[in-house]
Design a protein around this ligand. Structure first.
Ligand code: GLC
Length: 735
């Protein structure tokens, strides 16, 4: 539809019809028998209001959405199509590693490809918009939603944000098999005080702008057509009512002209935040901040008309919001084709090419934290390692996709046990889970009885005894353990970030009878794995690998694939260190001398995390040498080239993540010890040496100075290149 026609449509709509476009409901208002029944009561809205709704969330399926669109458009006064939105966070039917694992790939092109696959599968299921990527910077492993983010680093998050948007949207959201991305949660939702979900966020303006906003901006710059407001307050003002953030920063400074949607009931929650006396005030604050869509509440639909009639809300505000929603539908091509790419033949089936791709991609998210000659597991084909006992609940746990997988079919999931049996490796092995992921008799709060573990203590004990016996008779043990997937995600903050106690008990008992333990750890957050680290000879962090987890893990354990992930988030020594991240400030009393009491350190723990950002081993090894710099001075028009030689000194080909960090030695405000400014994931064959080149520009040196100007200041800088955030090869230059 042309812009002119769109404007004509808008002008032909009543106030109620315009308001309707700003309303998003769940699909159950549009159940099969009629267009709306049941939930209307609790939302106290009427049939006419439901008929004017602008969009629906969380209902999927090509046939269901085509039928729904038909019935809805028939009764909508202007036959305006609905937009269908859903949380496709790490895949639709083919589920990929959780985003925190995707961050560990350090491979934006791979992330873009995963998003592109998710877009196709979603589009064929009738979905038009995904509430993804979540690009909140995260540095607090107590917060359950770190699993949804690509980690602690400003630059890495920005790269991944941009990659995901491009993968979902391609060059236009109206194109075939493309869907609109939604950048969330704007802003800084990932820094709740005490790591407790939905809690307040307290950041200086400088930290907000320098560290937390870049990933949102990268997504907007990549063309994201929707942004979602966050639940949290920022400086005690709820973001959903923060006009500065939503208008000045997002729309005026960044030029975002897409749709702004609230998070679930976030407009109504302005009342609970105690910044709105009632729903009417909440509606006023929401539309004043320019929030276009009210997700799943009746605040807009039951209050905006009164605010307009009373002149408190100018009609222009409503027209602007309604027009953006109509324009969004137009950009998606829904006026011409209300079904977009819904495909009943394709939808509902497994795409074997996608599954094969997922199997290839997942090992790039796995991080090998430790390996003392344990991995890969040799078989008779190489040299017999003897027998292996495969122990732990994740051998047959089917919840292996992360807590944001809603639309996949768990029956598709490949467990480790299934993959091992299919592989049938040339070794003698046994499988003894030893326990379930949740403890015997445990009721898992929040899911009624869906995940309850019916085992009795006695049954669990006998499982453990069988597992320990198997371990005592084996030459090597693989222990597949970790936190239950729903112990992470929304509403899943934890104050103890350890593997569930009953699983640790199993680990301890196994460690008493066998020294050769390989731990495969499943988690949605960095965990305190000190105890594991002391006794295991190998640790493979696999996060939640997705649908083909079993295949991907076995491919790595037996060496068909190598793990090439590097930590996108620090693994703390213990929860007491949290939030812990590499790009910290020096402080006035950096702890260099352990004997000096009065320095910034703990009495009972080191300052360093157990495993640092950017860290990860490989099945081969690399040597860095010959770091050179094209000049020791840099200026705006003359960037610097930095080169390093990286040699694969191992026996097999590998993928190395070469990382470049910069330290600004002196600034008008304190500057971080170092910041990741570039990385390159390169294939290097066994024995091969590759020269990796980077370009440093003055843009990479900019920060918010003492007057909040975004500038690069003259002075000395150091550049470090290496395998992780402790890289020591160093050169310096001056601006
Ligand atoms: C949730 C989440 C948000 C999600 C939305 C819709 O509460 O905060 O990330 O996209 O509601 O499900």
């Amino acid at each position: 539809m042309t812009e002119e026609k769109l404007k004509e449509l808008l002008s032909s709509m009543t106030v109620e019809e315009k308001i309707g476009q700003l309303v998003q409901l769940t699909g159950d208002f549009f159940i099969d028998e009629g267009i709306a029944t049941g939930p209307m009561e609790w939302l106290s809205i009427n049939e006419d209001q439901v008929k004017c709704t602008g969009s629906i969330l969380s209902t999927v399926g090509a046939k269901k959405l085509k039928d729904l669109q038909d019935r809805y458009m028939a009764i909508n006064p202007h036959h305006i199509p609905l937009i269908f939105m859903a949380d496709v966070i790490n895949g639709y039917r083919t589920v990929f590693p959780i985003p925190l694992g995707q961050g560990c790939t350090f491979n934006p092109e791979l992330v873009e490809e995963m998003a592109s696959v998710a877009a196709k599968e979603s589009a064929r299921a009738g979905i038009h918009v995904t509430f993804s990527p979540m690009v909140d910077l995260v540095r607090d492993a107590r917060w359950g939603r770190v699993m949804e983010s690509t980690g602690e680093d400003v630059y890495l998050n920005a790269r991944m944000s941009s990659a995901a948007v491009k993968g979902y949207q391609g060059s236009s959201i109206g194109d075939k098999d493309k869907i609109s991305a939604c950048i969330k949660h704007f802003a800084a939702y990932g820094a709740p005080v005490a790591g407790r979900d939905y809690n307040q966020v307290e950041l200086s303006e400088r930290t907000l702008k320098e560290e937390y906003l870049p990933a949102y901006k990268a997504g907007v710059d990549a063309g994201a057509r929707m942004v979602m407001t966050s639940f949290n307050t920022l400086g005690k003002l709820p973001c959903t009512a923060n006009e500065d953030l939503m208008k000045k920063t997002l729309r005026e400074e960044w030029g975002f002209d897409g749709v702004l949607i609230s998070d679930w009931a976030a407009i109504k929650e302005l009342v609970f935040h105690s910044v709105a006396e009632n729903d009417e005030e909440a509606a006023y604050l929401g539309i004043k901040a320019g929030v276009d869509i009210d997700m799943v509440t009746n605040v807009y639909i039951n209050n905006l008309k009164k605010l307009i009639d009373e002149g408190r809300v100018p009609m222009q505000w409503l027209d602007d919001c309604a027009y953006r929603v109509l324009a969004y539908k137009n950009e998606l091509g829904l006026f011409e084709n209300p079904y977009k790419d819904a495909d009943e033949d394709y939808d509902g089936k497994v795409d074997s090419e996608h599954m094969a791709f997922a199997r290839k991609a997942a090992p790039e998210s796995f991080v090998l934290l430790k390996n003392e000659g344990m991995l890969p597991i040799p078989t008779k084909a190489t040299n017999d390692c003897g027998s292996v006992a495969f122990i732990g609940p994740y051998m047959n746990e089917t919840n292996i996709c992360g807590s944001w997988t809603i639309f996949n079919n768990n029956d598709d999931n490949i467990t480790l046990e299934q993959a091992l049996k299919e592989r049938n490796p040339e070794i003698s092995y046994v499988i003894e889970p030893g326990c379930k992921t949740l403890a015997a008799g445990q009721h898992f709060v929040g899911f009624q009885s869906k995940f309850d573990n019916p085992l009795t203590e006695a049954e669990q004990e006998s499982m453990m005894e069988k597992a320990v016996k198997a371990a005592s008779e084996a030459d090597r043990v693989v222990m597949a353990i970790g936190e239950f997937n729903q112990m992470t995600g929304e509403g899943a903050s934890r104050t103890e970030i350890t593997i569930p106690e009953h699983q640790l008990e199993l680990f301890r008992r196994v460690a008493m009878v066998n020294d050769n333990i390989i731990v495969v750890n499943f988690s949605g957050r960095p965990l305190d794995i000190r105890e594991i680290n002391k006794k295991a000879k190998a640790i493979l962090q696999v996060w939640y690998p997705g649908t083909v987890a079993g295949y991907a893990v076995m491919d790595v354990l037996f060496g068909d694939a190598a793990p090439s992930g590097r930590l996108s988030m620090s693994f703390p020594y213990n929860v007491g260190q949290v939030p812990v991240y590499y790009s910290e400030l020096h402080t006035g009393r950096y702890a260099e001398d352990p004997e000096n009491r009065f320095t910034s350190k703990y009495m009972d723990a080191p300052n360093d995390p157990l495993f640092v950002f950017g860290y990860g081993l490989d099945y081969t090894d690399y040597e860095y040498s010959n770091l050179r710099i094209s000049s020791n001075t840099i200026s705006e028009n003359s960037p610097i080239k930095v080169s390093v030689d990286v040699k694969n000194v191992g026996w097999r080909d590998g993928k190395e993540v070469v990382q470049l960090y910069i330290q600004d030695m002196v600034g008008s405000v304190a500057r971080p010890l170092r910041q990741l400014k570039a990385f390159d994931k390169v294939d290097i064959k066994a024995g091969e040496t590759k020269t990796i080149d980077f370009t440093i520009t003055t843009d990479m040196l900019k920060f918010y100075d003492v007057n909040m100007n975004y500038v690069a200041e003259p002075g000395e800088f150091k550049v470090y290149v290496g395998r992780d955030s402790k890289a020591s090869l160093c050169e310096s230059f001056r601006l």
